[in-house]
Design a protein around this ligand. Structure first.
Ligand SMILES: C[S@@+](CC[C@H](N)C(=O)[O-])C[C@H]1O[C@@H](n2cnc3c(N)ncnc32)[C@H](O)[C@@H]1O
Length: 190
């Protein structure tokens, strides 16, 4: 995973967990039904997974970094009953129509190219059951955000064009909403 040392420290910090658990994740998921089978793409160190696990009917997480995936599989996975897989969100190892909700938090800008992001959107649509929801958040391009990402992958997602991209991936009713540092999105499998 291309994350510099500062970025890695932030993603494991108590202040990140407080912010995500206290405001960001409730905002990002406020109109998403998490009660069925949920897939999280890009759990990283598991801060978002820890919040999701008790709220999801059943939770599966797919992480592309083999070390992080292995750590989650032996730690947080058994602790919280999360099925952790090593894999790529742009080539998901699940059959069609497997999940009721697919979520990803602060990970889209870590996908190396817009083309791979579009493949990830297509995969989210494919593994969702009809009526299911794809939702999440990603970061806005503030100065602080750019500084944290020196030496990192930083493929910014433009919230203005995201609904069109999600529609092209086969999702319906896509919408985004801006927050101070991030934006949320959701779209449904028709
Ligand atoms: C900044 S971390 C965010 C982690 C967590 N969601 C959070 O908000 O604390 C982004 C994570 O997404 C993972 N990731 C990037 N591209 C991915 C892909 N194509 N499939 C699955 N995971 C991916 C990275 O390895 C990293 O662990």
């Amino acid at each position: 995973m291309a994350m510099n040392a500062l970025h890695r420290r932030i993603c494991r910090s108590d202040s990140w967990a407080d912010r995500m658990h206290g405001t960001t994740l409730p905002w990002a998921t406020r109109d998403v039904d998490l009660g069925g089978e949920v897939l999280e793409i890009g759990p990283g160190y598991g801060v978002t997974t820890r919040w999701l696990a008790p709220r999801a009917g059943a939770l599966t997480a797919v992480e592309v970094d083999p070390v992080l995936a292995a750590d989650l599989r032996t730690g947080l996975g058994p602790e919280l009953g999360v099925d952790v897989r090593h894999g790529d969100g742009a080539a998901l190892p699940f059959p069609d129509d497997s999940f009721d909700a697919v979520v990803c938090f602060t990970m889209l800008h870590h996908v190396p190219t817009p083309g791979e992001q579009d493949r990830l959107f297509g995969e989210a649509a494919r593994v969702l059951r009809p009526g299911g929801t794809f939702a999440g958040i990603d970061s806005r391009a503030t100065l602080r955000f750019r500084a944290i990402h020196v030496g990192d992958t930083m493929t910014l997602v433009d919230p203005a064009t995201l609904p069109r991209r999600l529609g092209a991936a086969g999702l319906a009713g896509a919408a985004t909403e801006l927050g101070a540092r991030s934006f949320r999105f959701r779209a449904d499998r028709g």
